[in-house]
Design a protein around this ligand. Structure first.
Ligand code: IMP
Ligand code: MG
Length: 186
């Protein structure tokens, strides 16, 4: 989206905060401890799915207190407005040989489940030492493909959400909290 947005238009679309900065920080601290305790001494590769998970990755890796490496993959699920078209494309792949690592996929949100289902299949075929998935948010009501994360920080109803890395038309990733998007806020 390249059209100019006024600050008023921008703010009108933020309906209400559903998860605050403090709640996110507390949940990440707990998840970081859980990962540090269970993976201590093993080669860990945190794989973040861009773009949505970049903020979560930045905070989660700093909540992990044992050595770990980080990597990024870019997967695009094509959206028309707020509805998924069901097409997942890997536009940037990993450089690492995952067979040397315990891989933890770091995702922003599981919606239909298609993106992670595809990425997990792809990475499992490369024989990682182990493979787990951590997601910041889960919207189980919208699942089209059966998929469960190993660690879920927050389960939410079927709202379209923005902030903390999640976008609508590429905007709102910079909000420090998770908010419900106001589709009728024009
Ligand atoms: P899935 O393949 O349908 O599970 O979709 C996963 C991807 O869709 C996520 O990584 C997000 O980028 C995007 N997505 C799903 N729900 C939302 C939402 O409520 N707000 C913003 N992006 C979303
Ligand atoms: Mg995404």
């Amino acid at each position: 989206m390249n059209d100019n947005k006024t600050i008023d238009e921008f703010n009108r679309k933020i309906k209400r905060i559903i998860i605050s900065e403090e709640e996110i920080a507390a949940a990440i601290k707990k998840a970081g401890k859980q990962i540090s305790d269970s993976y201590d001494g093993r080669p860990i590769l945190l794989v973040s799915i861009l773009k949505g998970a970049f903020v979560f990755m930045a905070d989660l890796c700093r909540a992990i207190t044992v050595p770990c490496e980080i990597a990024f993959m870019c997967a695009k699920s094509y959206y028309k407005g707020t509805t998924s078209s069901g097409i997942v494309k890997i536009t940037m792949d990993l450089e690492q040989d995952v067979s040397q690592y315990h891989v933890i996929i770091v995702e922003d949100i599981i919606d239909t489940g298609r993106t992670l289902n595809d990425i997990v299949k792809l990475l499992k075929a490369r024989n990682p030492l182990s493979l787990k998935v951590i997601t910041l948010l889960d919207k189980p009501e919208r699942r089209l493909v059966e998929f469960d994360a190993d660690i879920t920080l927050f389960t939410i109803p079927d709202y379209f959400v923005i902030g903390y890395g999640l976008d609508c038309g590429e905007y709102y990733r910079n909000l420090p909290y998770i908010a419900e998007y106001n589709e009728n806020g024009d």
